[in-house]
Write a protein that binds this ligand. Structure first.
Ligand SMILES: Cc1cc2nc3c(=O)[nH]c(=O)nc-3n(C[C@H](O)[C@H](O)[C@H](O)COP(=O)(O)O)c2cc1C
Length: 301
């Protein structure tokens, strides 16, 4: 049975990629299983300089997911290149550098730096506040999605994935804007903005007041958005949001994803990606397919 997929010219052993921010750089998970078995790893979101992240409570559990406001804690792009890429590369999995910034120039500079490093692809997290535009996220308006994609594209020599935020009025417009700006692929969804409240303290639970919602509760929204985007663009889609089983993976592929990412599931079960991978061919048999690529986009709607 074939589980290999081709993502923007990069061969992945299988469509399972560990999602940014939930897998570090793979080291800790490698003590549970060989992370080289995965199709890829998307690194923790990198910035030009190291960041400590937000103060106070950063994670709140919900009934079927979590809220987080980690705030892009990371060692910075130089430490990533020096200390993390060698391990990730040696593991044999595809290396995706997830990057973020707060100005257009940050995105240009980080893409330029990562393009000279030994990574397979660059995934841009554009759900970050644009400091020059009053703090509204780059990912919200189609015009700013196109602008940040174009800026990054000028300096990016690797396949460029634009990661879309679901906190928008029409995600298909934003996907089209990424495609128009020169993206090679889009990934969706990032987290949905939410909050948790401590009734008796009469205070928000999270230090940052709001946080990003992820996990099984977001899966129906993510599936709907992947399908909408599949119908809107001609570039490949990486689908994510609430995936916990092999069946979920195939559902995302049926809606149009060429590959998928698994995020929050890693936090509740460190073996999640391995378990999903081990179940994948069994689920393919149930779907009566020999090649996983046969399923992509084939939903009859
Ligand atoms: C604790 C945590 C940290 C995250 N950090 C990042 C990040 O640095 N960059 C990014 O693009 N997405 C980040 N995400 C979003 C995930 O990669 C993913 O898009 C989202 O959680 C939905 O997938 P899931 O439901 O499988 O977790 C983070 C998510 C969580 C839960």
């Amino acid at each position: 049975m074939n589980t290999e997929v081709n993502l923007c010219g990069v061969k992945l052993k299988n469509p399972i990629i560990a999602a940014s921010g939930t897998f570090g750089f793979g080291r800790e998970y490698n003590s549970f299983y060989d992370v080289g078995l995965l199709g890829g790893i998307s690194s923790k979101g990198l910035t030009l300089l190291p960041r400590e992240g937000n103060d106070g409570v950063r994670i709140a559990e919900t009934k079927s997911g979590i809220l987080n406001c980690v705030g892009l804690q990371n060692p910075g792009v130089e430490a990533f290149i020096k200390n993390e890429i060698p391990f990730m590369r040696a593991s044999g999995t595809a290396v995706i550098a997830n990057a973020a910034g707060s100005t257009l120039s940050d995105y240009e500079r980080i893409c330029e730096r990562l393009s000279d490093a030994d990574v397979d692809m660059i995934e841009l997290n554009i759900s970050c506040p644009n400091v020059k535009a009053g703090g509204m996220s780059f990912g919200v308006l189609p015009e700013s999605v196109e602008e940040v994609t174009k800026a990054a594209r000028k300096y990016c020599k690797k396949p460029l994935i634009i990661k879309l935020t679901p906190n928008v009025s029409n995600i298909a417009d934003n996907a089209r804007a990424a495609e128009a700006g020169g993206a090679d692929a889009v990934s969706l969804i990032n987290t949905l903005t939410g909050m948790a409240v401590d009734l008796y303290k009469r205070k928000p639970v999270l230090g940052n007041v709001t946080g990003g919602l992820s996990g099984p509760c977001v899966k129906p929204i993510a599936l709907r958005m992947v399908r909408q985007v599949y119908k809107a663009v001609n570039i490949p889609i990486i689908g994510l949001g609430g995936i916990t089983t092999a069946r979920d993976v195939l559902e995302f592929m049926l809606c149009g994803a060429t590959a998928v990412q698994v995020g929050t599931a890693n936090i509740s079960d460190p073996y999640a990606c391995l378990r999903i991978l081990n179940d994948l061919t069994k689920e393919m048999q149930k779907c009566k397919i020999d090649d996983i690529n046969e399923l992509v986009g084939q939903l009859q709607d």
